[in-house]
Design a protein around this ligand. Structure first.
Ligand code: CA
Length: 596
């Protein structure tokens, strides 16, 4: 009751605050400050997260999408400024990429949002209005810079290193001054993007650091209160200490060592924590993740294929579901915090379809407004990649908005990670939350099933029969997805109607008597589903108990009581699952059979 009154008061307070603010809204006025209600996803709060921990969102594509006609809506369906939706959902930093001159001689944009300092200015003003800081990501290129591409801008390509250094410093200074003059709250500036051994056409570390140093001087001059960041990719390849050593050797003045971390390619979280901690302690630099993302669906929504889809030959530590997306972000946040890191930025969580209903319609929008990853006009600058593969969005299935611009529940992850769910009070999340019945308690140690919770790390004596062509059907070691212990039985299937199977065992040596059986399941994305526990005698089903699959971490039991067993017969107990939706998944754990 007390909780209800508090909630009412909090709601009233919110209304008053909302009524009182039109322009210049403070972040604390709109961002929640307590546990969340009404979210079907479950996340345990990350404990000890500092108040100023950075939850960033790269939103560089937004202006080009809005020009294409895209509108954004909050989780409840209200149309709003997308930056307001972000701040309401716990984002406190906006990141924006800046290219020198992503246009051809006729003024046609290369795409990828045609992001220049003017884009950063527009985004920066909107971020500042909502009390978020801006992270300016200079690529020092006219188009995408990453470990495979660090091409100098057209205007600088024939300059020698000294002239390029001066040009870079002047450009950085002028760009930042534009933002400063407009009152944009710049908190951090990257001098290069994923600069693994190259920057702006230079590939020797002395030259790279000389250019970075020019950028750093400009930041210190215009925004002395902002942090200077460097950014690398591939934490899994072991090169970070060497990079940090080179930066030190050539005397770079910087504050933050940042990394990309995409779970598909970038190694384990444990490795990430270790390597960031090493940089933190050995070089005394702050560390953070500047880019990450995770797919919430395998489906494409803009008629341009995605980098990640079901069946991609990459690591897949979580299912491609909303819960998988938020689990990825939560685990990453924990890993960064474990390294004493200062934040996590999500990459382009606002990049969705340009909104056309056919590929041709979208193609027109991509060409006209630069709302795809590259337009055909980029061919002059990047003939090998953009020139061949130009088109739309390759990450729409990793955004926090659906194809119509409505926020997904997973956007609540930032607040869930900070505050936890209201709907599951004091959840003993990863622990066993099964209170045994009196009968079970009395019969402790009398579970007549073998390997009842799959803790043997092997199937036997369980038998799974794959009836529908379920893609993944196997035991799995993942404590967070187990009801107790570390192991459970896992299923997942990307194609509609293929998730159909039984999982059963036939214990030997039973005495005649009356038996009870129970087994647990949880999962999601199942659509129409038929799920039940069953008991068979000599292969014929004699009892069924319906079961439910709802959302992640909500376990449901199927229980059959009063199975009459006579010696010489074969008793088989198990679970049957049939789910209609593509992407149906679930976990089975903690079976028990005991004699009454
Ligand atoms: Ca796409």
């Amino acid at each position: 009751m007390r909780k209800r009154i508090l909630r009412l008061l909090a709601g009233l307070l919110n209304l008053l605050l909302l009524a009182g603010c039109a322009e210049g809204i403070a972040r604390e006025d709109v961002a929640p400050t307590g546990r969340l209600e009404g979210c079907s996803l479950y996340l345990k709060a990350v404990e000890g997260l500092p108040e100023d921990f950075i939850f960033g969102m790269d939103a560089s594509q937004v202006p080009s999408l809005e020009a294409s006609g895209v509108k954004y809506y909050d989780v409840a369906g209200n149309e709003k400024d997308v930056f307001r939706i972000l701040v309401e959902n716990g984002v406190n930093y906006i990141r924006v990429r800046v290219w020198n001159d992503p246009y051809d001689a006729q003024g046609n944009g290369y795409g990828g949002g045609n992001c220049t300092v003017d884009t950063a200015l527009e985004i920066g003003k909107r971020a500042t209005k909502y009390g978020m800081k801006l992270l300016v990501d200079f690529h020092y290129s006219d188009f995408w810079a990453d470990p495979g591409k660090q091409q100098a801008p057209k205007a600088w390509k024939d300059l020698d290193l000294e002239a390029k250094t001066q040009a870079l410093e002047a450009y950085t200074r002028e760009s930042l001054q534009k933002l400063r003059d407009a009152g944009v709250d710049v908190g951090m500036v990257q001098v290069g993007n994923e600069t693994n051994g190259a920057l702006c056409g230079e590939t020797s570390w002395s030259a790279i650091v000389q250019l970075m140093a020019a950028g750093s001087r400009a930041v210190r001059a215009v925004y002395p209160e902002a942090k200077v960041a460097v950014h690398f990719a591939n934490p899994e390849n072991g090169a970070y200490p060497a990079y940090a050593s080179n930066l030190k050797l050539y005397g770079l003045d910087y504050d933050v060592f940042g990394t990309s971390y995409y779970p598909y390619w970038h190694g384990s979280l444990e490795n990430l924590t270790n390597i960031l901690r090493q940089i933190r302690t050995q070089y005394g630099k702050e560390v953070l993740v500047l880019e990450t993302s995770y797919a919430w669906t395998g489906e494409d929504s803009d008629f341009f294929g995605n980098t990640i889809s079901e069946g991609s030959a990459v690591a897949k530590p979580y299912p491609y579901t909303l819960q998988g997306q938020v689990n990825s972000l939560r685990d990453l946040t924990q890993a960064v915090l474990d390294a004493d890191g200062i934040g996590v930025c999500y990459w382009e969580g606002t990049w969705i379809s340009a909104g056309g209903s056919t590929k041709e319609e979208n193609q027109k929008l991509w060409e006209q407004y630069g709302s795809g990853w590259a337009s055909s006009y980029a061919a002059e600058y990047d003939p090998q990649d953009a020139g061949k593969w130009y088109g739309g969005c390759a990450v729409d299935n990793q955004a926090f908005f659906d194809a119509q611009g409505r926020a997904l529940e997973s956007l609540m992850a930032f607040n869930l990670i900070r505050y936890g769910n209201e709907s599951v009070p004091e959840p003993p999340e990863y622990e066993m939350r099964w209170t045994p019945t009196e009968a079970e308690a009395a019969d402790e140690g009398e579970n007549l099933l073998h390997n009842p919770g799959f803790e043997d790390g092997a199937d036997a004596p369980w038998t799974a029969t794959n009836l529908g062509g379920c893609k993944e059907l196997n035991i799995e070691k993942k404590t967070g997805d187990s009801r107790s212990g570390d192991w459970h039985y896992h299923f997942w299937s990307p194609d509609a109607g293929t998730a159909e199977f039984t999982l059963e065992q036939s214990p030997e040596g039973l005495e005649a008597g009356t038996y009870d059986f129970r087994i647990w399941i949880m999962g999601g994305d199942c659509g129409e589903a038929e799920v039940y526990a069953y008991a068979k005698l000599d292969g014929e089903i004699v009892a069924k108990a319906p079961m439910e699959i709802t959302v992640w971490n909500e376990w449901h039991a199927g229980e059959i009581t009063g199975i009459e067993y006579a010696e010489g017969r074969t008793l088989t107990v198990g679970v049957y699952v049939k789910a209609s939706n593509p992407g149906a998944w679930g976990k089975i754990d903690d079976a028990i059979l005991y004699r009454q």
